[in-house]
Design a protein around this ligand. Structure first.
Ligand code: GDP
Ligand code: MN
Length: 304
């Protein structure tokens, strides 16, 4: 046997277009997962993007909950990859277990949203996202879809719809369905407040902060007066309406792989007083890539 073969990839042959199905573009779906939700999995299986072009990547914490989620995830994966029809199978699937402990053991919605817990929690999430990204992004990846494990409902055409905008970063509007006791009926409310347009007030706040302090969105104690995409939804309006964004969330977020390849990642440290996904939008922007929000295009977060 001779020397090992060399595999060559011309990155300029890896297209990233507004018609990724026709151009057979590979999509990497990345999910940090603390809990397994069947609704997330069922929704994922319903995505109409050709599964043979999709690689799935997961990262789970080494907690009791993370262990349980890993077992459930593996069970579901085995079903699809071994038993399902050829066309339902994904190209490949990668599961990573985190090599660091999450700083906040409790995962209740109220606990994890406490302001005091934010910096450590978001830094840990940033590290988890970076580990996942840097170990799975391949030379043939065209798109990265960040999809949280508690996103339980999206249109099946999610990838095609977001990619059709052909933007570096594209974010739908993340809502949550809940039972409204006043209306005695199901209702919905905005969930992800990390999709925003910057404001002079937030800039002013940042300018007076210590270098390790971070700005947070959605807390009464820190009124930023940023324009939140969560409140830009207009019923009946065009789902493809675009707005420019300065901060993004990671619940569902489509990124051109070249943005990550350029080095845009999730800062686990205060970057312009921003961290994790919001810091990512800022870093992308510094590299010349602008984020775009779709205020009328909804996806849904689980309701605990
Ligand atoms: P929130 O919806 O903004 O409150 O954030 P979540 O707690 O839902 O976390 C965002 C995503 O990361 C979800 O998919 C979680 O399952 C996942 N997640 C939360 N904590 C951890 C963690 O410590 N490690 C990993 N790998 N994933 C986590
Ligand atoms: Mn969540």
């Amino acid at each position: 046997a001779g020397p090992p073969p060399v595999t060559r990839y011309n990155l300029n042959n890896v297209t990233i277009t507004n018609d990724p199905v026709a151009n057979r573009e590979n999509v990497l779906i990345l999910t940090p997962m603390a809990r397994f939700y069947q609704e997330y999995w069922d929704n994922l299986l319903k995505l109409s993007y050709p599964h043979e072009l999709i690689t799935l990547g997961f990262i789970l914490p080494k907690t009791k909950e993370g262990n349980a989620a890993t077992i459930e995830l593996q069970k579901q994966i085995a079903k699809v990859q071994k038993n399902a029809l050829e066309k339902e199978r994904f190209k490949s699937i990668i599961i990573l277990r985190q090599d660091f402990d999450p700083p906040i053991p409790s995962q209740d919605e109220s606990e994890r949203h406490k302001m005091a817990n934010q910096k450590a929690r978001r830094a840990a999430m940033a590290k988890a996202r970076n580990s996942l990204l840097f170990t799975t992004l391949g030379p043939d990846t065209s798109w990265v879809l960040w999809l949280d494990a508690d996103i339980v409902e999206t249109p099946p055409t999610l990838i095609q719809d977001l990619a059709s905008h052909s933007k570096p970063l594209t974010v739908p509007n993340c809502f949550q369905k809940f039972y409204n006791p006043e209306k005695k009926a199901m209702d919905e409310r905005p969930y992800d407040f990390n999709n925003w347009q910057d404001s002079p007030t937030a800039q002013e706040l940042a300018s007076k902060m210590g270098k390790d302090d971070i700005l947070l969105e959605g807390y009464a104690d820190m009124a930023t007066y940023r324009a939140l995409m969560a409140y830009m939804y207009e019923a009946g309006a065009d789902i493809h309406t675009e707005v420019p964004l300065d901060g993004v969330g990671g619940t569902a977020l489509l990124v051109k792989a070249e943005v990550h390849r350029d080095g845009a990642m999730f800062p686990a440290f205060p970057f312009y007083h921003l961290i994790e996904t919001e810091g990512f939008a800022k870093m992308a922007k510094r590299l010349g890539w602008q984020a775009t929000g779709l205020p009328n295009y909804k996806v849904y977060h689980y309701n605990e």
